[in-house]
Design a protein around this ligand. Structure first.
Ligand SMILES: [Zn+2]
Length: 311
């Protein structure tokens, strides 16, 4: 499988076999495909869509470290003309937009749960996260997106922002296509700052890991400083445009589409899959359409990381 980002990182999300929840059919009964009627298409498409939540959050690249006062090119990442290795900016602007305190707070938890898992945990035991003291800028490549893409992204980002307290800012459209070697610094395209988060509808031809039932991929790239500070600075959400078109073109399709993006945004800000089917970060088929108690407990921690003016 072709991993996103550093090939040295384990793949958090190997493709899963087709999975049918036990509750979806009586024990010992062979799967029965009902006649396709209008009323059943929604259920079938819903299940199809949620199956598509099998996805990945594995393309963050924690090995790529910027060292204060020096430069560090990650192993195997030799500079190429016109390409700035992740973690290196030619003209560093540390602390760009960084406030002295978090820009927001996670929504209060009505119920906590231990049903969450972080993609990465730092040496001090806290999760690898974005700085809550600067906004997370994002751009959208909607070239092959469904017509309703903006409402779906808005709704999903709003939910992720509420749950984490992280502030998201939409910077507008982008023609950038997701890449396994995406640079975290692209001054020609985005100016002298960390590249914004890219949310892109793509085809499996453009993003091979979307091949098969995977409808989305999400994850972020981190930077580490010599003082031990480590944080995500940018990331990517890739959505399978053909599958997505099939999902949203159903009676409940918009809601499912939002749930798919919310799941990927969960990966983006640092949540891994869990084995609890009540959570939106469950890694297989599920009826969940919103962040549940475990998701929210994890997201609240991911929005409560330290500030830093050093990167
Ligand atoms: Zn996932």
């Amino acid at each position: 499988m072709e991993p996103f980002g550093s090939s040295k990182w384990p793949d958090h999300d190997p493709p899963r076999p087709n999975f049918l929840p036990v509750a979806a059919r009586p024990p010992d009964d062979p799967p029965v495909r009902p006649p396709i009627k209008h009323s059943s298409i929604a259920a079938i498409m819903f299940f199809f869509g949620i199956l598509g939540l099998v996805c990945a959050g594995a393309y963050f690249s924690g090995e790529l470290q910027q060292l204060v006062g020096g430069s560090s090119v990650a192993q195997g990442q030799q500079p190429r003309p016109g390409v700035v290795p992740f973690g290196q900016r030619q003209d560093r602007l540390p602390g760009l937009e960084e406030a002295d305190a978090p820009l927001g707070k996670p929504a209060p938890l009505s119920k906590t749960s231990t049903s969450y898992k972080f993609l990465a945990v730092k040496e001090d035991g806290t999760p690898l996260a974005y700085s809550p003291c600067r906004p997370i800028h994002y751009v959208v490549n909607s070239d092959v997106a469904p017509a309703s893409w903006q409402a779906l992204v808005d709704a999903a980002v709003r939910r992720a922002s509420l749950a984490t307290g992280l502030k998201f800012i939409y910077d507008g459209p982008s023609s950038e296509v997701p890449s396994t070697n995406r640079s975290g610094y692209q001054p020609a395209r985005y100016g002298d700052r960390w590249a914004p988060v890219l949310i892109a509808w793509s085809t499996p031809e453009q993003v091979p890991r979307l091949t098969g039932q995977t409808v989305g991929l999400g994850g972020s790239s981190s930077i580490g400083l010599s003082n031990g500070y480590k944080a995500y600075v940018t990331g990517t959400v890739s959505l399978d445009a053909p599958q997505f078109a099939g999902i949203v073109d159903t009676p409940n399709g918009q809601e499912i589409g939002v749930a798919v993006i919310m799941h990927e945004l969960g990966h983006l800000v640092g949540l891994d899959h869990v084995s609890d089917p009540r959570q939106l970060m469950f890694d297989e088929a599920s009826w969940v359409r919103d962040y549940a108690a475990g998701d929210l407990t994890g997201l609240a921690q991911l929005g409560s990381g330290p500030c830093s003016k050093d990167f």
